[in-house]
Design a protein around this ligand. Structure first.
Ligand SMILES: Cc1cc2nc3c(=O)[nH]c(=O)nc-3n(C[C@H](O)[C@H](O)[C@H](O)COP(=O)(O)OP(=O)(O)OC[C@H]3O[C@@H](n4cnc5c(N)ncnc54)[C@H](O)[C@@H]3O)c2cc1C
Length: 575
């Protein structure tokens, strides 16, 4: 959750959310704070973005449509564009909301570890009764076509793929749940930037005794092939982590948060037989999301045609989802989609008085796609980031100016921009260790959802990843998937799995910390105490009061995913 300020070359006083900018599923944030015994609103001021939740800018006819919470205003607006669409809107929203409520329960809030989950009536029955399963699992374009005729209206409820790196043609219909949460729960913004959420969680976790160490790179996760004491296990047991400095931190439980393909390829390399093959298959056989060029522009004057959240959709609705991967894609094709964040709509602290700023997220092909596109175009090598950025900048500016947006004196967009910082595709890969520069991690097509999402646990031995006792995964590339709320839901599931594996239950006596080799007290894992019921392990003597202990002493509810959340949510490397 990155809020960044770039203090030079016209950027002074401007703040950018270079990571998340849409706070969706606010209740999931509330739950994360509640797990630490606190109220979100006591630590972060969140504002619902209104009256317009999102503005859609269409290159087709240079018009706009607004995503409005006011159902009657929304109906009227849709009727004007497509007679009948207003009435259909309510039907579609009912189905989409059902996908949201029942889909979350069936597959996101609980882990899926068997292919049979898809036919488990207790699990999927309510969802299948509420929404036609063919329309849930088939491409979202089918579902939208049963309600709406014009591309323009369909696009209103499917642009959300910009945030997950899919496209309406290959995303399952269940993804309409994203539009449903925007329209019903609302799109929110943490005043002061997304960093306030991260900082709030970190402060609370530290108050519970969690120690965080920033700017500390892990170079390996250590595994012993024959050490596990967990009953019925494969015998493999995590031992702790090695830092780039060479220091080793011992732990019975490690929660790995970096991009999963990178964890397998780099951090688990050489740790157990077969891991290299698993990493290779993850790298080559799986689908990856898009990469991204991110422009952060400080503006001399306000750009009032933009609301806080904006999507710009290319003329060719279907083709514009093909990710630009070459310079020619920007210069010749002219049809692509992008998202623009203008935080001053709700939070004037993001820019100096009288000025403005925008952050543009422009999805492009990931490294594999850029390689394939270069080959197809007969280029001798993949074009450099600089060449691609140059072409992208020109194309985005042209799209803004075609809409009539720019300096009020007619000077166009360039006259409005006083400073620029670009987050390049290579920077995503190198700075955050995301495989193939795919910023949203592994893609979210049907074959990479639920139990099929790595590390695969379908119940079919030949398909499944090997298990290492004590090693747990969180983050965008593992289950349930990408987006801050989903990642936090995955953290809660990981916490439950750790508790079950270690043989303790929430409310049991305190978790304890393994003494570190270094004598340092950096906290990397929770560990079951000896007195816990049915604990499969001998617990070491406690050296430190642990987070759960601190909360229990304070008479608070057991802070369920606190330890894992604190570890998972923090920026481990310098931002
Ligand atoms: C540009 C962009 C915009 C987005 N917008 C939104 C949005 O508006 N709303 C939303 O909900 N979601 C949004 N997302 C998605 C959301 O940010 C991600 O899904 C979420 O942050 C993923 O969480 P994560 O824990 O998997 O990864 P991260 O948040 O990237 O955390 C992983 C951490 O691991 C660290 N790390 C990597 N390797 C090592 C190592 N070897 N040692 C130590 N630490 C390491 C990284 O530095 C990083 O801090 C956006 C994503 C991007 C890229």
């Amino acid at each position: 959750m990155r809020s960044e300020a770039f203090g030079s070359d016209g950027m002074e006083g401007h703040r950018f959310d270079t990571g998340p900018s849409l706070l969706l599923f606010p209740d999931k944030y509330r739950e994360a704070f509640a797990a630490l015994g606190a109220r979100l609103e006591d630590h972060v001021t969140i504002a619902r973005v209104e009256p317009t939740a999102m503005r859609v800018h269409y290159a087709e006819d240079w018009s706009t449509l607004d995503l409005l919470y006011d159902a009657e205003a929304m109906r009227r607006q849709l009727e004007e564009v497509e007679p009948g669409a207003g009435k259909q809107y309510f039907r579609w929203l009912g189905e989409a909301r059902a996908s949201l409520d029942l889909g979350l329960k069936a597959f996101i809030e609980q882990d899926s570890t068997s292919a049979l989950d898809f036919v488990d009536l207790q699990r999927v029955g309510p969802l299948a009764l509420a929404v036609n399963p063919v329309l849930l699992l088939g491409p979202q374009t089918w579902q939208l076509a049963t309600h709406f005729k014009t591309e323009k209206v369909k696009a209103m409820f499917s642009y959300q793929h910009l945030y997950v790196g899919l496209r309406p043609q290959n995303a399952p219909g269940v993804f309409s749940l994203l539009a449903a949460t925007e329209l019903t729960d609302g799109i929110w913004y943490p005043v002061g930037g997304f960093g306030t959420v991260r900082d709030g969680l970190q402060r609370l976790a530290e108050a519970h005794g969690v120690k965080t160490r920033l700017g500390t790179e892990v170079s390996a996760i250590l595994v012993d092939e024959s050490a596990s004491a967990v009953e019925g296990s494969s015998g493999r047991q995590v031992q702790g982590v090695r830092l780039s400095s060479g220091e080793e931190l011992k732990a019975d439980v490690v929660v790995a948060n970096p991009d999963l393909p990178y964890v397998y390829e780099e951090l688990l390399k050489g740790q157990y037989a077969g891991v290299e093959e698993e990493a290779e298959s993850m790298s080559n056989d799986l689908e990856y999301s898009c990469s991204m060029i991110e422009f952060c522009w400080a503006l001399r004057e306000p750009l009032p045609q933009l609301t806080q959240h904006n999507v710009f959709l290319g003329k060719d609705y279907e083709g514009s989802w093909d990710r630009p991967s070459t310079v020619a894609d920007f210069r010749d094709r002219h049809s692509f989609n992008f998202y623009v964040h203008r935080p001053t709509y709700t939070d004037t602290s993001a820019a100096p008085a009288g000025e403005d700023n925008i952050m543009i997220e422009l999805p492009i092909g990931n490294e594999l796609e850029r390689r394939a596109a270069a080959k197809k175009a007969g280029l001798s090598a993949v074009e450099s980031d600089e060449e691609l950025i140059e072409a992208a900048r020109e194309a985005v500016i042209k799209q803004f100016e075609s809409m009539g947006y720019g300096a009020p004196n007619g000077g166009g967009m360039k006259a409005l921009i006083k400073g620029e910082r670009v987050v390049t595709p290579s920077e995503w890969e190198q700075r955050y260790n995301v495989k193939h520069g795919a910023v949203f991690g592994l893609s979210h097509g049907l074959l990479q959802l639920a139990c099929f999402r790595p590390p695969r646990q379908t119940g079919i031995d030949s398909l499944d990843a090997q298990k290492v006792d004590g090693l747990h995964f969180v983050g965008a590339s593992t289950r349930p998937g990408n987006g801050v709320p989903l990642v936090m839901m995955g953290v809660a599931v990981a916490y439950d799995n750790i508790i079950a594996e270690q043989g303790v239950s929430p409310g049991s006596p305190p978790l304890t910390l393994e003494p570190m080799k270094s004598g340092d007290d950096v906290y990397v894992a929770a560990q079951a105490p000896a007195q816990a019921a049915a604990s499969p392990k001998e617990a070491p003597p406690s050296k430190e009061p642990a987070p759960v202990a601190a909360a229990a002493e304070a008479g608070k509810e057991a802070p369920a995913p606190a330890a894992a959340a604190a570890e998972a949510g923090k920026e481990a490397l310098p931002a």
